[in-house]
Design a protein around this ligand. Structure first.
Ligand code: GDP
Length: 234
């Protein structure tokens, strides 16, 4: 991995961010070159709002969805060869078993085979973090040893003390290897947006986010056998 000077987060906005393509099958993914960070979250957790806040583009990711609608992997180019991938929201009980199985297979294939994937941002509602679906997503996203950064969002709905307690409670549940980091976030209040953008940049650059050990970013496709069957569809 080539060394890169990390830019100050205040400069790391994306004036040329653009939607590239959507994929419903692995063959529809854009060319596997450059660096990519996936963004995942339970439906309604605030993922689209987080993407829009981080990229400073209202409406880049859609904030209204219906549970039964086709879910796609949406690719956005932040800068040439640097992409953000909006993954389908998970956790809706209403979707059919077939659709759930399709997403599961699609996401498993994506996480196992995408060489340019550098890490994942997982968005969780600070009031209901680490659901079973979130745990399955964390397992899937970190299956290759790739870093995961959690945004505990909608913190404006809690007092500062309660949000801080939630942060500590989530930290206690996470592995201590430094591969999973977590922060507070509010798209509405703008809290934690710079920190999240900085985390995104570090992930894209293959740099460690927390104070833990230095991570190595796997350069190529991983062993798909290392990925467990996740239950993230519904
Ligand atoms: P997604 O389904 O995960 O993409 O979630 P959305 O971004 O569409 O947000 C779901 C709902 O939560 C919407 O009504 C948003 O306005 C609301 N929401 C998202 N982020 C925040 C936040 O930081 N604070 C508050 N209070 N509401 C939020």
């Amino acid at each position: 991995m080539r060394p890169r000077i990390h830019r100050a987060s205040s400069m790391a906005s994306y004036p040329h961010v653009r939607f590239v393509t959507s994929a419903n099958k692995l063959v529809q993914l854009p060319p596997d070159v450059g660096a990519e960070v996936a963004v995942a979250g339970r439906s309604n957790a605030g993922k689209s709002s987080a993407i829009n806040a981080i990229t400073q583009r209202k409406g880049l990711a859609r904030t209204s969805k219906s549970p039964g609608a086709t879910r796609l992997l949406n690719f956005f180019e932040l800068e040439p060869n640097r992409r953000l991938v909006d993954l389908p929201g998970y956790g809706f009980a209403k979707v059919s078993g077939d659709m759930r199985a399709h997403w599961g297979t699609l996401l498993q294939g994506y996480f196992a085979k995408r060489g340019t994937l550098r890490g994942t941002i997982v968005v969780m509602d600070v009031r209901h973090p680490l659901t079973d679906h979130d745990q399955a997503m964390l397992e899937l996203a970190s299956g290759r040893g790739l870093p995961v950064h959690i945004l505990l969002t909608k913190t404006d709905k809690l007092g500062r003390g309660a949000a801080g307690n939630a942060l500590q409670a989530v930290r206690r549940e996470l592995p201590r290897d430094g591969n999973v980091t977590v922060q507070l976030f509010s798209a509405l209040a703008g809290d934690g947006v710079n920190e999240a953008r900085s985390a995104l940049e570090k992930l894209l650059d293959g740099m460690p986010i927390g104070g833990g050990r230095k991570k190595e970013t796997p350069a190529g496709p991983a062993d798909p056998a290392g990925v467990n069957e996740p239950g993230i569809g519904g």
